[in-house]
Design a protein around this ligand. Sequence first.
Ligand SMILES: [Fe+2]
Length: 248
Amino acid sequence: MECTRRDAIACLGALGTATAIGAGAFAGTGPERKKDIAGRAAGPAPGNHVPVALPFGPGQLKGISEKLIVSHHDNNYVGAVKSLNKVEQELTKTAADTAPFIVFGLRERELTYTNSIILHEHYFGNLGGDGQVAGEIRRGLDEAFGGLARWEQSFRAIGASLAGGSGWVVLDMNNHTGDLRMYWSSHHTQSVVFGTPLLVMDMYEHAYQMDYGADAARYVDAFFANINWERVNSRYESALKALQHSPA
Ligand SMILES: [Fe+2]
C-alpha cells in the first residue's frame, strides 16, 4: 500500500502499524505507566518520580564511552528526577500566604526539571540503535524536508549552533499544524508548546565533553551512528495516530 505524507494518518490506520497511544508511547525508554480507573496514563504522586534505567548496555554505544553515558544518566538525568521530587514536595507546603516569589521560583524549577526529565528520557530512548533510517519516518522526513540528506544537514546545523553552550535539538511533530518540524532550544524550557518529541539530541556539554572536549561535531557524528530509528519511527507513528484525536 502506497502512502503519501498527506494521507499518512489514514494509511497508518489501514496498515495497522501504529503503536498504542498512552502507556510508553512518548517515553523514550518506554517505562510502563500506571493507569487510572478510566484506563488513562497516570503519573506518580508529587515527589515520587523514579528514574528509569538506560534502555541499552552502557558499553554498547559507538563513539560514546560507557563512562560518559553513565555519568550523563546518573548525574544529569537522575539529578533532575531528584530535584523535581524536592520541588514538588516544597510545592505541597505552599499556601494562600506563600510569597509570590517563592511560588515563582518553585514553579520555574518544576517546569525546568520536568522538561529535563522528558527530554533526557527521549534522548536516551533514541540511542542504542544502528543509525539506519527505516520505517514511515523515512518517508516523512523525505517529504517534509526535501530529502533525507537535507533534513540531516539542517538537524546537524542546529546542533552546531549550540556547540560550546547548552541546549537541545528536537525533531518534533507539531501537533498544532500536523507537520514535522525541527526546533532549537538553548535550555530545558523552550520546547514547542504543543509538540511531540520524536528525535532528541542533547547539546549540553556534559553530553560530549568527556569524550570529545570541545569537538562537538564528532559527538554529533557519534550520535547519528547510534540513533535507534525503530524507536523514532514508533514515536512518529504514535504521533500521527494521536493527531486524529487532537482537539486543536
Ligand atoms: Fe543532558
